[in-house]
Design a protein around this ligand. Structure first.
Ligand code: 6GU
Length: 239
């Protein structure tokens, strides 16, 4: 059985969007994964197919109704064991480990919000995880859903070449990657680091490791602390 994405959204035309192109698009054509976008409006109430209402307690914006979300979930063919995710800046930050777990499962049901959000009761009672893709605010969950799907699909068996899967590991190991260089060896008077031209593979590996550590320490003190703590636990030999 192929990995199945079901997206509940007010903008079904946004899917598969860019994931219909390139590697993910080829995998979609080959049946490695599927993408069904379901219009939340189809579950809307009344003549105007209303999906939202004003928040109890007052305040700006509109909130998506729990009965509408429940009807949309019930209308999907997705089994109950498929993880359900609501994309929201209020969610738990997405990590590569989450992506690995989702990619290993049967697929995802993704709920995309617009407006202020979704009634909390349906998120709780229908076991919908709340996930954020970073500390900034998007106009809706759709572009975040595309990000999450991209991250999952590239891990599905046969989607990417084995070279790239190796790169994957370096990030899962907790360091940012070392810098890359290609021809010309001199560009605008700037040389490529000499060690990379040496043919000394041990020296190159050591240089890359040191670069990865320095870049991580500078750019991501959070990852650096975690990496140091892990090295401490595992003994200095481990990377
Ligand atoms: Cl998942 N949704 C929205 N609307 N904004 C976000 C986000 C999600 N993650 C970060 N910002």
């Amino acid at each position: 059985m192929s990995w199945q994405a079901t997206v509940l959204t007010l903008f079904p035309e946004m899917f598969p969007g860019p994931l219909g192109l390139s590697l993910a698009g080829r995998a979609l054509e080959n049946g490695v994964w599927s993408c069904a976008a379901e219009d939340l409006r189809e579950q809307g109430l009344g003549r105007h197919r209303a999906v939202d209402d004003s928040p109890f307690g007052g305040g700006a914006g509109m909130v998506i109704r729990p009965d509408v979300v429940d009807a949309a979930l019930a209308a999907t063919q997705a089994p109950v064991d498929v993880p359900r995710v609501f994309l929201t800046p209020r969610g738990r930050p997405l990590r590569q480990q989450d992506v690995q777990r989702y990619a290993q499962g049967p697929g995802l049901v993704l709920l995309c919000g617009r407006f202020e959000g979704v009634d909390e009761r349906v998120l709780e009672s229908r076991k919908i995880e709340q996930i954020s893709i970073g500390d900034y605010v998007l106009s809706g969950g759709e572009t975040a859903a595309l990000v999450l799907l991209d991250a999952c699909v590239r891990l599905l068996p046969g989607v990417m070449g084995s070279e790239e899967s190796g790169v994957e590991e370096s990030f899962s190991e907790g360091l940012l990657e070392y810098p890359h260089y290609t021809r010309p060896a001199v560009w605008e008077g700037q040389n490529v680091p000499e060690v990379l031209l040496s043919g000394n593979h041990a020296a190159i590996a050591a240089w890359r490791q040191k670069q990865a550590e320095e870049i991580t320490r500078e750019r991501r003190p959070d990852l650096w602390s975690a990496w140091l703590a892990r090295r401490e636990r595992n003994g200095t030999a481990a990377t």
